[in-house]
Design a protein around this ligand. Structure first.
Ligand SMILES: *Cc1c(COP(=O)(O)O)cnc(C)c1O
Length: 228
């Protein structure tokens, strides 16, 4: 094996170990156990080979944001690694919900009634119920997905009426500002609504999110390198 190939094989393992270590340190600082925090490797735009290398290094949970990309990449990977869990973290059209559910174990971007309806319909016709997170537009940004903070209680009630269990909340704070207040606000909204799951924190801020209660961190570039 050449030196270059060796680097390629060990780099994913080193990156995964580094990120896990940083999550564990942040968790410890907050008096939490690191096994309370699910590390989701965000593999959008990454090749099947890159994903396979991270699975070989021990990653078990992956995140994707486009249904078509999932359909192209994941059936083969899932067939080889049935224990791996896939999380949908992008905007989801209602007419793609069933297709996403066919390949994903969790959906982090439930943000409106029409999507609740589509997921409930797919469950009624035999699709396994995914773990669900309601995405909150935590910075009130018009271009971002997520339900408005004011609409959250009604959306949670509606999901319950349709028979869907909600695990928690998800958010992406505004870009280029201090994320901690937004993470703290999401945590507060979860408490207010009796939810325990908190999907928050990306490559640039996952340690802060872990300190502030994240149960799921979604990390792409710190594991795979910069997206090109
Ligand atoms: C791409 C993406 C991530 C990961 O971003 P990185 O900065 O590469 O860690 C996390 N969450 C969502 C919703 C994303 O779209």
């Amino acid at each position: 094996m050449t030196g270059k190939q060796q680097r390629n094989d060990t780099a994913p393992a080193a990156k995964l170990a580094d990120v896990r270590n940083r999550v564990a340190k942040a968790a410890a600082l907050a008096g939490r156990r690191d096994d309370e925090i699910c590390l989701i490797a965000v593999s959008k735009t990454r090749s099947a080979a890159e994903i396979e290398r991270l699975i070989a290094a021990g990653a078990t949970d992956f995140g994707e944001n486009r249904v078509q990309e999932i359909q192209e990449k994941w059936p083969a990977i899932r067939a080889r690694h049935p224990h791996v869990r896939l999380h949908f973290i992008g905007r989801l059209q209602s007419n793609k919900a069933a297709e996403a559910m066919a390949l994903c174990d969790a959906i982090h971007s439930l943000d409106r009634r029409s999507l609740v309806d589509a997921i409930a319909r797919a469950v009624a016709s035999g699709e396994a119920a995914p773990e669900l997170f309601v995405q909150v537009n935590i910075g009130d940004e018009p271009q971002k997905g997520g339900c408005a903070i004011a609409d959250l209680p009604a959306l949670l009630d509606y999901a319950a009426e349709q028979g869907l269990a909600i695990s928690g909340l998800m958010a992406v704070p505004p870009f280029d500002v201090e994320p901690a207040p937004y993470f703290a606000l999401l945590a507060e909204l979860a408490v207010r609504n009796g939810l325990v799951g908190l999907s928050m924190g990306m490559s640039s801020d996952f340690e802060i999110a872990a300190i502030l209660g994240a149960t799921h961190v979604r990390i792409g570039s710190e594991l795979f390198g910069p997206r090109v």
